[in-house]
Design a protein around this ligand. Structure first.
Ligand code: C2E
Ligand code: MG
Ligand code: MG
Length: 759
């Protein structure tokens, strides 16, 4: 780092070389040697003072006080050397002047002030305990070493006038203070990432100054102090380095010098121990085994380290406590969390001889609150929910938040009637609306209850059963509770059976696709078909997709099944086209989980490639539930559109997003849900139906009515402008073979013939 300078560095090298030459030439003539080193110090001090004061005076801002103080220090240093020069020139004997000492002390005072000023500025930003500890350890080490090795010997040698004695003691003390402050400053600058190149030069300069002082003190102790020795080289260097700092500051080189973070950390943790090691070494080397400054320093360090160790243990214990709390508690409500719940429930199960009830509470439509009022409102409601639940069951029944809007209460020693009463109290507690910033919100809970040991004996089973009961409570109209019972058990058992059997269904070739035509209502011309999955299980019989698709969705198997369906449907459609039937578009149902799978687009693309079906003969049917992730879903839909694949919204009108969302989504068709067609004679439903048709047509979308079973329904739909339909009236979903017959029958009459279902 020190080598990256330019001109000033050459100057520095020049100065040092000059001293070296001077020394070599006049080795034997002390008078000339002293004169030379003195003049060099004077010029180095003057140059340094010029550079530092130049920065300090450039602007009157507070930042520059540091350089002004350093500059003042360098001026006084130069005074001291001038005084010495004067004294030397005035007499032939080389001796130090008391005045020089005074000037030097003033210079040191300015240096100290500068360091202190800088230190205060950065220290204001740092209060780390470890940092203060290191500084204290260092101070103790340096102080006891210098008292022992420098100050004590000087005091014992004292035989001159009191003023000279005072100065000889004060001088090393000042030097020691500079040393400490410099290191502390260096360390703080590193910590703050504020160590710049100019400051690094100042640090080196101060260290050189102190090294010179120490050398000088050592020589003085040996009664060998003379002017014009190696210490003078250090002093010249010190002045120049400080000046160089000012020079580079003037150049605006204020980028922090980088220090590797882990390195700094290692240094920091090793530092106190290294200090102790140094002091122990000094203590052993000094071979004074009595009580002295070194042993006092060692004792202090020892106590400091013990103190630090104790403090660290306390901090560690506190952290462990906090960690344990966080691991077992929910930060929002302060309730115990899922891990805490599992732990408690297992303990209760192991210790209880009687029954225990598990109440799983889930808020109805909580997502809507989060989506419409924001997460802050959602959080407030969760906190209030925790309070209401606590009030409903009293302080003694443990209450947990499992995550999201799911809470659990464990009722120990509880008969079924007790659990039912508790659930009733909870439902009653939610009758009063929640309040959030002047808005009143009605939030209702659905509660599922499982009983130990009747329903299960492990925490996993009990939770799973309470969850199943809660879902049923939601399905049967929400805002209610339900026990886990034999009926539910049968449902769960069936679900598990389906899940297991589904795993083998593809490889055992139990899936088949059936096709149902889509018809232009006015002409009854077939314009496309929907592929519908059929599962024929040897033992379970034909299982309806409405039953197994949700199970496959939940277990994630839908992705593999969905890909199989897509591939089959595309291959079949291509095969029909290859056989010469007029090209039609096949619609394939895609479930949310499949649609949101990260490899979905890739799979569709490669299936089209493999089967050779052109993209415009494939349509994907998705449901409104993809709206839960509008942004991502829109991206996928746009990508599909770019690939040339059409998309339609299936079962339109049953979801909560409906009308307003349609203009925002890049889809091509809406398929109106069968419930509207079923209720076509209901005036309200009919006007809804008409609105949907008009909206679709006005947006230039295809509109398909699902589940047309009667002529009457067909007539009403035609009268209201619905262009396309699908339903048993035309054909049930049929096997590929039967569908092919239908294709050839339609083909024989140019596709214009009315389709009749081949029963
Ligand atoms: P969907 O996509 O709305 O399919 C229409 C459903 O209505 C089909 O039931 C069809 O047989 C039935 N349907 C058609 N016309 C009439 C009619 O006139 N009267 C009556 N009562 N019903 C009619 P299906 O085949 O049982 O399928 C049920 C649901 O299962 C489908 O509803 C779709 O959501 C899902 N599904 C079927 N196959 C697949 C598939 O391959 N993948 C995915 N993800 N879902 C599928
Ligand atoms: Mg469909
Ligand atoms: Mg549908």
């Amino acid at each position: 780092m020190l080598i990256s300078g330019r001109l000033p560095l050459y100057l520095l090298a020049g100065f040092t070389a000059a001293i070296g030459c001077w020394y070599l030439i006049y080795w034997n003539d002390e008078w000339i040697r002293v004169l030379g080193s003195n003049m060099l110090q004077i010029s180095a001090g003057a140059v340094g003072a010029f550079w530092t004061l130049r920065v300090g005076l450039r602007s009157a801002g507070k930042r520059e006080a540091f350089w002004l103080l350093l500059g003042a220090g360098l001026i006084f240093n130069t005074f001291a050397n001038l005084q010495l020069l004067y004294k030397q020139l005035a007499s032939t004997v080389i001796e130090y002047s008391v005045f020089s000492y005074v000037w030097w002390l003033i210079a040191y005072w300015f240096f100290l002030a500068a360091l202190f000023w800088k230190f205060k500025r950065i220290h204001a930003r740092s209060t780390r305990a470890g940092y203060i500890f290191n500084i204290v350890v260092f101070t103790v080490t340096a102080a006891s070493a210098s008292v022992h090795f420098v100050i004590n010997p000087i005091i014992s040698f004292a035989d001159e006038s009191p003023l000279v004695n005072l100065l000889t003691v004060v001088y090393p003390l000042a030097s020691l203070s500079i040393f400490l402050f410099t290191l502390i400053l260096y360390y703080s600058l590193l910590q703050q990432g504020a160590l710049t190149k100019p400051l690094l030069y100042v640090v080196w300069g101060m260290l050189c100054q102190v090294a010179g002082d120490t050398g000088f003190a050592y020589l003085a102790q040996q009664q060998a102090q003379q002017s014009g020795q190696f210490v003078d080289v250090l002093w010249v260097l010190a002045l120049l380095l400080i000046g160089l700092g000012g020079y580079y500051a003037g150049e605006g080189q204020t980028d922090p010098v980088q220090e590797n973070e882990p390195d700094a950390r290692i240094k920091e943790s090793v530092f106190p121990y290294a200090s102790i090691a140094v002091l122990v070494l000094l203590f052993v080397v000094s071979s004074h085994w009595e009580f002295n400054a070194l042993s006092l320093g060692l004792l202090l360090l020892f106590l400091l380290i013990v103190g630090r160790q104790l403090r660290m243990m306390r901090v560690l214990n506190k952290l462990m406590g906090e960690y344990r709390y966080l691991a077992y508690h929910d930060p929002l409500t302060g309730l115990r969390n899922r891990i805490g719940f599992r732990q408690d429930l297992e303990r209760i199960i192991a210790n209880t001889e009687t029954r225990a009830g598990l109440l799983l509470i889930d808020l109805d439509r909580f997502k809507v609150i989060n989506d419409t009022l924001g997460h802050h409102a959602g959080d407030r409601i969760l906190v209030q929910t925790a309070e209401r639940l606590r009030r409903s069951v009293g302080p003694r029944s443990p209450l947990y938040r499992l995550g999201g809007d799911e809470f659990v209460i464990i009722l120990t020693d509880a008969a079924n009637s007790w659990c039912a009463a508790a659930a009733d109290r909870i439902l009653a507690a939610f009758r009063e609306p929640f309040r959030f910033e002047d808005i009143e919100i009605i939030v209702t809970p659905s509660i599922g209850i499982s009983i130990f040991p009747d329903n299960g004996c492990t925490s996993d089973d009990l939770l799973k059963y309470a969850d199943a009961a809660m879902y049923l409570a939601k399905e049967s109209g929400k805002n209610s509770f339900r026990f886990y019972d034999t009926e539910l058990h049968a449902i769960m058992a069936r679900k598990m059976k389906l899940e297991n059997e589904l795993r083998k269904a593809i490889e055992r070739a139990q899936f088949k696709l059936h096709y149902q035509p889509k018809v232009e209502l006015r002409t009854k011309r077939m314009i496309g078909m929907e592929a519908l999955l059929r599962w024929e299980h040897p033992e379970l019989g034909v299982v309806s997709p409405s039953e197994f698709i949700p199970v496959a969705e939940e277990s994630g198997q839908i992705v593999a099944i969905g890909n199989w369906v897509l591939e089959r449907a595309c291959a079949q459609n291509k095969a029909w086209q290859d056989q010469g039937y007029p090209p039609l578009c096949v619609s394939v149902n895609v479930s949310v989980r499949q649609f949101q799978h990260r490899e979905f687009l890739m799979s569709v693309h490669s299936i089209l490639q493999r089967t050779g079906l052109s993209a415009d003969h494939l349509e994907l049917e998705i449901t409104e539930s993809i709206m839960q992730n509008v942004i991502e879903s829109t991206d996928v839909l746009l990508a599909l559109r770019r690939m040339g694949i059409r998309a339609s919204i299936d079962d339109f009108g049953t979801g909560y997003s409906s009308l307003y969302i349609i203009p925002k989504l890049p889809v091509d068709t809406i398929k109106i849900d069968k419930s509207f067609i079923d209720d076509i004679d209901n005036r309200m439903q009919l006007s809804m139906l008409k609105t949907i048709i008009d909206l679709g047509l006005s947006l230039n979308l295809g509109v398909v009515a699902e589940g047309i079973e009667s002529e009457h329904q067909q007539q009403v739909l035609i009268a209201n402008g619905c262009p396309v339909g699908q339903g048993y009236l035309y054909s049930r979903p049929v096997s590929p073979e039967a569908f092919e017959e239908m294709l050839s029958a339609a083909g024989a009459s140019g596709m214009d013939r009315a389709i009749t279902a081949p029963e």
